[in-house]
Design a binder for this molecule. Sequence first.
Ligand SMILES: [Zn+2]
Length: 154
Amino acid sequence: MTDAKNTFLAVSIADCTPIMLYDPDKNVIAGIHAGWRGTSKSIVGNAVQLMKQNYSVVPANIVAFIGPSAGVCCYEVGNEVAELFPNDCWTEKGNGKFMLNVKKVNMLQLLANGVQESHIEVHPDCSIHNQQYHSFRRDGKNSGRMLAVIGIKK
Ligand SMILES: [Zn+2]
């Protein structure tokens, strides 16, 4: 995160969820890489708290964008992962596997940390089945990466 102008933050992803935060009042930006591990520890909530502490940001002013990433349609996880998340953020497949909605978990964490629902945009695309995105889950170690970039021009 930064309040520096002409400084662009980039988050490299292939299925993990990029989250861009912007406070137009204090002119502070943040780029967050939220994989399931970071999401299970509320990395986006921690980012909001750090924006408060370091830049006196009021969470209700923050505008948030949750980018294209693994969707609940394709993101299959085991019980050991699903159990880390609220039970309204996954559905059971019946074969010991669960479909996890990481975007929803991150949205709930933003709300819990004071970001207004009307300030949160969630991109609907799933990077796993949508061929226009790179996907680690689909292409394995040969997968490319995407960059989510945020910055404030002077
Ligand atoms: Zn999908």
